[in-house]
Structures are given as C-alpha cells and as structure tokens.
Design a protein around this ligand. Structure first.
Ligand SMILES: Cc1cc2nc3c(=O)[nH]c(=O)nc-3n(C[C@H](O)[C@H](O)[C@H](O)COP(=O)(O)O)c2cc1C
Length: 168
C-alpha cells in the first residue's frame, strides 16, 4: 500500500486531465493504495520569492498561504503524481508554482525524506510532449525520484488506470 498525492494543475476541474486522474486514482485504489487528489486551481498559492529564508530557518516559508495544505500532503505521500494539461509546451503555472514552492519542504525535511516516487499525467491538443517531458525528466533525475511512468494524451484512461494499479 502506498500513499499517493496527485497534484492536479488543470484549471478545468472536470476536463481531460481530470478524466485521466480519475482513471489513475481508480486503478491505484483497486490495488489498495490511498489517494489524495489536490485541485491546485482552487488554492491561493503565490510563487516562490527566492528569499532563501527557508534555507536558513529550517524550511519555513515566509508566505502564509494554501501551500501549507500541499506541504502536509507532500510529507504524507510516498508517491507524488504531477498532472497537467500542456500550456505552451509545458505544465501549467498552477503546477509550476507548487513545484517551485516545494523548495521549502526540501529544506525542512532534507534530501532523503524529500525523495518520492512519481508519475506524470498530461493532456494536450497536439501530440508533442518533448518540452514537458524534458522538464519532468530533469526534475525527477535531479531529485532521484523513482518514475512509475507517463500518461501522455487525452483518452488514455486505460493506460492511466494500469499505471495506478501497478503502484504497490
Ligand atoms: C493557455 C493554453 C495553452 C495551451 N498550449 C498548448 C500547447 O502548447 N500544446 C498543445 O498541444 N496544447 C495546448 N493547449 C491545449 C490544452 O493542453 C488541451 O486542450 C488540454 O487537453 C486541456 O486539458 P484540460 O481538459 O484538463 O483543461 C493549450 C491550452 C491553453 C488554454
């Protein structure tokens, strides 16, 4: 059993990305995993200020906003799934801001604890995921996270369900 946090960066709550997320969560729960699906668009989260206070004070961010909900869920999770529609070649601002703000969590809990398993769920109007995949791979490799796979494209609910179910 794994604890899975899904970070949904789509502004459309019931859009194509959400449909893949639902299939992934269904698969994951069918094999006993616990899922927390966070809809980031409803949260008030500002961008990282790069003030570096969090690297001097044990990981407390100077900004008091809804990121504390994400931080708590992140610390709870074994697996963190990034889900987003493609906006101008990459993930949405909603998701990018949250990933940037994880910098403080990394300063709080330190590297070994910051290490998670992961997966990427993404939809796009076209079929070029190169730029988004580069971003994902750079982040995952830099952090040494274990990749469970990528679901790239609306309508791939079966693939999403299978990747979810394979997390154990
Ligand atoms: C601001 C914006 C930028 C987009 N940029 C791209 C893009 O670069 N490449 C692409 O294939 N689709 C692009 N799209 C289309 C969305 O990625 C696509 O419709 C996606 O499936 C929507 O997911 P959703 O239903 O979760 O909102 C863009 C859409 C918007 C609103």
């Amino acid at each position: 059993m794994k604890k899975i946090l899904i970070l949904n960066g789509s502004p459309r709550k019931n859009g194509k990305t959400a449909s893949l997320i639902n299939a992934f969560a269904e698969g994951a729960q069918s094999t006993g995993n616990k899922v927390n699906n966070l809809y980031l668009n409803s949260m008030k989260i500002k961008g990282c200020l790069a003030c570096e206070k969090c690297s001097q004070n044990g990981g407390e961010c100077v900004q008091n906003d809804d990121m504390k909900i994400v931080n708590e869920a992140f610390e709870w999770a074994d697996v963190v799934v990034f889900a987003s529609p493609q906006f101008w070649g990459t993930i949405t601002g909603q998701l990018k801001i949250v990933i940037d703000r994880l910098y403080a969590v990394q300063n709080k809990i330190g590297f070994p604890n910051f290490k998670k398993e992961t997966a990427l769920i993404m939809t796009a109007r076209g079929d070029n995921y190169r730029f988004a995949l580069d971003f994902y791979n750079i982040f995952v490799n830099l952090m040494g996270w274990k990749d469970h796979g990528t679901v790239l494209g609306a309508g791939k609910e079966d693939e999403a369900r299978e990747i979810g179910a394979n997390i154990k």
